[in-house]
Design a protein around this ligand. Structure first.
Ligand code: CA
Length: 240
C-alpha cells in the first residue's frame, strides 16, 4: 500500500503539495505526531492551539485542509467549524476525545468531512487527509466561492458582486449558506429568521424567498440557488 500511495503522490503533485494543512490542537504531543506524519508524506503543515487563531489563519487563505480538535481552550471545535462554514467550504477532519463528541460529529449536520477518535494512528490520519483531498480537490484548484459572507458588515457577495439585501433576506440567505443542502420548513425558517418579529405568516417566508431569488437572478440569470421542496420547504441548491 505504501508504494502505491507514493506513486499517487507523484501523479497528483498539485493536489498534495499546494496549500497547507492546518492542525488546530492544544496538546503539543498530539500536534507533533500529526505534523510529523503529514510532513513525512509531503504535506506542508501549519499549527495553532486556539480556535480564534485558527479562524484568523483560515481567513488569510493558503490552507487546503483543517484538522480540528473538538476540545480547544477558547472555542469548541464545533463552534470553529460553524464560523468557518460561513465563509469557507474547506475540508475539515475532527479529532475527538470523548464518545459524546463522536456522537455529535456523527449525529448532527455540522458539515465535517471526517473524524478520528483519540487515540488514533497518525499514519491512518495522513491517509484520510490524502483521500479526502483527492475527493474534494479532484481537477485542481477549487473554484472561487459562489457566495461570500461578511458577518461583520452583514453583507453577502454572490459571484463576486455584493447583494443588496434587506435584514431578513440577509438572515435567510445566511442561514441557507451555513447549512448547505439542508431543507428548512417554513415554520423552522420563521423561528430562526423572524424570531421576535411582529409580522409573521407563511407568506412572509415565501415572499422573501421570491425577492431573494430575483436578486440572485439579477446577478446571474442562470442562478437557481434556492430550491423549493414541495410540501417540505426550501434549501440552498447544491454548491458546485
Ligand atoms: Ca484538546
Amino acid at each position: 500500500m505504501n508504494s502505491n500511495e507514493s506513486v499517487r503522490m507523484e501523479l497528483f503533485p498539485g493536489v498534495l503539495m499546494s496549500g497547507e494543512v492546518l492542525i488546530v490542537e492544544d496538546e503539543s504531543a498530539i500536534a507533533d505526531t500529526i505534523a510529523y506524519a503529514l510532513e513525512s508524506e509531503g504535506f506542508r503543515v501549519k499549527r495553532c492551539t486556539l480556535g480564534g487563531e485558527a479562524l484568523a489563519l483560515l481567513r488569510e487563505g493558503g490552507i487546503r485542509f483543517v484538522i480540528l480538535d473538538v476540545g480547544l481552550p477558547d472555542l469548541s471545535g464545533f463552534e470553529v467549524l460553524r464560523r468557518l462554514r460561513t465563509f469557507s467550504e474547506l475540508p475539515v477532519l475532527f479529532l475527538t476525545a470523548r464518545s459524546e463528541e463522536v456522537d455529535r460529529v456523527v449525529g448532527l449536520e455540522i458539515g465535517a468531512d471526517d473524524y478520528m477518535a483519540k487515540p488514533f494512528s497518525p499514519r491512518e490520519l495522513a491517509a484520510r487527509v490524502r483521500s479526502i483531498l483527492r475527493r474534494t480537490e479532484r481537477g485542481g484548484a477549487p473554484a472561487p466561492p459562489r457566495f461570500e459572507v461578511d458577518e461583520a458588515a452583514r453583507r453577502i457577495r454572490f459571484q463576486g458582486q455584493a447583494l443588496d439585501l434587506t435584514r431578513y433576506e440577509y438572515q435567510l440567505l445566511r442561514l441557507f449558506l451555513v447549512h448547505p443542502e439542508r431543507v428548512w420548513s417554513r415554520s423552522e425558517l420563521m423561528e430562526r429568521v423572524w424570531a421576535g418579529a411582529e409580522e409573521s405568516a407563511d407568506r412572509t417566508v415565501d415572499t422573501h424567498v421570491k425577492t431573494l431569488r430575483a436578486k440572485l437572478r439579477a446577478l446571474d440569470p442562470e442562478a437557481d440557488a434556492i430550491q423549493t421542496h414541495r410540501g417540505l420547504g426550501y434549501s440552498l441548491g447544491k454548491q458546485s
